[in-house]
Ligand binder design. Structure first.
Ligand SMILES: Cc1cn([C@@H]2O[C@H](COP(=O)(O)OP(=O)(O)OP(=O)(O)O)[C@@H](O)[C@H]2O)c(=O)[nH]c1=O
Length: 621
């Protein structure tokens, strides 16, 4: 079930909030609305005296803000959004309209005027519906306002000065922010609190209900024009999926007209049907939500990487919950920008946000803290500093080959091992990933018949340690490039079985392979082209005694793959595209490769959600 009141009716529309006010953005996104923010350039300079009431002034300003954005967007892209929302908040006292103070003195004048008295806060809201008629913008406006009264305590001169010095009054109507420090000035509030903060959410939802959910004939609840429909009325959002559902608002764009299936009574027309829809409108295609999410997905990754890089999750694990301002101080960053990053992390489900501040979610504690047992912090930092850059040149790689894409940055090995720092970055990333999957790989088959194993390209030894833990008789050699084995010491766990793991430096294409009954290749083969894979397997095959084995773990697709996992693995070829001539191979292909190199009794087993493991036994030559 989607807990979705009327706001859900806007989910499949391109909605723009024509406001730079962070409070409005927060109120609406907390309510579940998805929208783009395009601050209005309309100058708030309408002649106040020409309006009969302060509310009329606020409404007109809100309307002009929204219309300016609609026109600008239409002019720029020749396509306006579906809905533009504008708002304007003003404070009135004794017939005077107070907007945002221009400087500290102005703030002082405003606050002194409000001191000890009751005043009104009006927010005017305009919901502008846009459509394109032969290249010209057509708009329809629904507007309303909400009034809330606020009473200030008797405040001392000193307190007012101190409050002004906090900087809070400067971007707020009337010179105060009731939601923050300004709350201390307020004795009582009558009416909608959020209206004071900058957006009357409740009234807005009622208006949406009138627009999008007009009463059906005989619907008693529908007769209460001023109520927000109960949640269950809107549980079924199937129309959001583009299934030809009803959307009676604003003249029935994409709606089903009067032809509801199953003989249900036709919906009443939207409020402006009569003048809008003389002719039947063309049916619009479903809103491409999935595509838009893909287009924006890189921002989500970047937010996660950045929060990891700035150690936000470490700070919160140790000291959370914390307010944005305290986190900013601890990570040595700007308060405003940190606030936005934290908001993004909360929206992505990486952080919890409560009145006490931000704190880690369980997943963040488990995987995004740098020194947790299951940390993927290293992978995030590596993706940010190396992989991100590589993907910037994906177009070149696709067109001209990986060499051009890599440009000055060199081959994979050169890039990874160009300094101790980058080697360590890479190793931390691999360590996190290997630890995550090591147990699944080690236990995909019963390997207890082997007493020696060699993990080729075993990096930090995460899998080797898991094998040693799982099989008490097993001695494991990690064979990897000298640059890697040199740094492996820092990754070793404490414990009894560590003496069962040793590191030998070498190149598995050229140097003699350590003798072992079982050779392990975990996430190695996809990095290499076919000729190299054959070369490596034939070297292993010639070292392996009959009865010995080879164990290959890869993110390899099986024939009966479920769609989601296949999609995840489907991105692997992109990495191969950038990193050289390697490629992903299916489990069946890996099995055939092993058979070709003299391994029999080849079996495949899943290792968790991510990997497939293929085990072959060396036949007598
Ligand atoms: C009374 C009060 C106001 N505000 C803010 O005051 C701005 C009003 O100015 P506006 O001109 O309506 O909006 P803006 O900030 O200039 O944005 P825009 O819509 O782009 O004009 C809005 O921000 C509101 O939240 C608070 O945050 N808390 C309060 O208690």
């Amino acid at each position: 079930m989607v807990l979705c009141p009327v706001i859900g009716k806007l989910l499949h529309k391109h909605v723009v909030l024509a406001s730079a006010s962070p409070r409005r953005q927060e109120i609406l996104s907390n309510a579940g609305l998805r929208f783009e923010v395009v601050p209005s350039r309309f100058k708030e300079k309408l002649c106040k005296a020409s309006f009969p009431t302060p509310s009329a002034y606020a409404v007109e300003t809100a309307k002009q803000k929204a219309l300016e954005v609609a026109r600008r967007m239409h002019q720029k892209d020749l396509r306006a959004p579906d809905v533009v929302i504008g708002a304007d908040t003003i404070v009135t006292i004794g017939g005077l309209i107070l907007e945002k103070p221009v400087d500290k003195q102005d703030a002082y004048r405003m606050l002194s005027r409000l001191n000890g008295k009751e005043h009104s806060v009006f927010t005017g809201v305009a919901i502008v519906h846009c459509s394109d008629r032969d290249g010209r913008l057509h708009t329809e406006v629904l507007d309303f306002y909400e009034e809330t009264t606020v009473k200030f305590s008797e405040l001392s001169e000193e307190l007012l000065r101190e409050y002004i010095d906090s900087g809070e009054p400067m971007d707020k109507a009337g010179g105060y922010g009731i939601q923050a420090l300004g709350g201390m000035l307020v004795e009582h509030v009558r009416g909608d609190f959020l209206n004071v903060v900058g957006f009357p959410l409740n009234h807005f939802c009622k208006k949406l209900a009138q627009l999008y959910c007009p009463p059906r004939p005989g619907d008693v609840r529908g007769a209460e024009r001023d109520s927000i429909p109960a949640v269950d009325t809107f549980e079924d959002l199937s129309d959001l999926e583009g299934g030809g559902g009803s959307d009676p608002a604003w003249g029935g764009r994409g709606g089903r007209g009067g032809e509801e299936a199953g003989g249900a009574p036709p919906q009443a027309p939207g409020p402006r049907d009569a003048d809008l829809n003389g002719a039947a409108e063309e049916k619009r295609p479903p809103f491409p939500t999935g595509l838009l999410e893909l287009m924006e997905g890189f921002k989500a990754s970047k937010a996660l990487f950045t929060a990891c890089k700035l150690n936000v999750f470490d700070v919160l694990r140790d000291q959370g919950p914390l307010k944005a301002v305290d986190i900013a101080r601890k990570i040595n960053a700007s308060v405003c920008r940190t606030g936005r990053l934290l908001e993004a992390c909360a929206a992505l489900g990486l952080l919890h946000k409560t009145d006490a501040g931000y704190s880690n979610t369980e997943a963040a504690d488990l995987h995004l803290v740098s020194d947790s047992a299951h940390s993927l912090h290293g992978l995030a930092v590596y993706n940010d500093s190396h992989v991100w850059d590589l993907f910037t040149h994906l177009d070149l790689a696709a067109r001209d080959g990986a060499e051009q894409a890599r440009g000055a940055s060199g081959t994979k090995a050169e890039r990874l091992f160009q300094s101790a720092e980058t080697t360590l970055l890479f190793m931390r990333a691999m360590h996190g990933l290997s630890k995550l999957t090591a147990r699944d790989v080690a236990t995909a088959f019963d390997l207890s018949r082997f007493t020696s194993a060699c993990d080729l390209g075993g990096c930090t030894g995460a899998l080797a340690h898991e094998l040693a833990r799982e099989y008490p008789r097993l001695q494991v050699t990690v064979f990897d490039l000298p640059d890697v084995t040199e740094h492996a010491r820092g990754f070793q766990p404490d414990g009894q079985r560590t003496e069962h793991v040793r590191f030998v430096p070498g190149d598995f294409f050229t140097d003699a392979l350590p003798r072992a009954q079982l050779y392990v290749l975990s996430r190695v083969l996809h990095d290499w082209p076919d000729d190299r894979v054959h070369h490596l397997l034939s070297r292993i095959s010639s070292c392996c005694e009959p009865g010995g084995g080879v164990l290959v773990a890869e993110a390899a697709a099986m024939e009966e793959e479920e769609a989601a996992a296949a999609r995840r693995r489907g991105l692997q070829p992109l990495g191969a595209l950038l990193l050289g001539a390697g490629r992903p191979r299916s489990a069946r292909e890996l099995g055939q490769l092993l058979q070709r190199h003299g391994f029999r009794d080849v079996r495949v087993a899943p290792a968790g959600d991510l990997l497939r493991v293929v085990l072959g036994t060396r036949a007598a030559p």
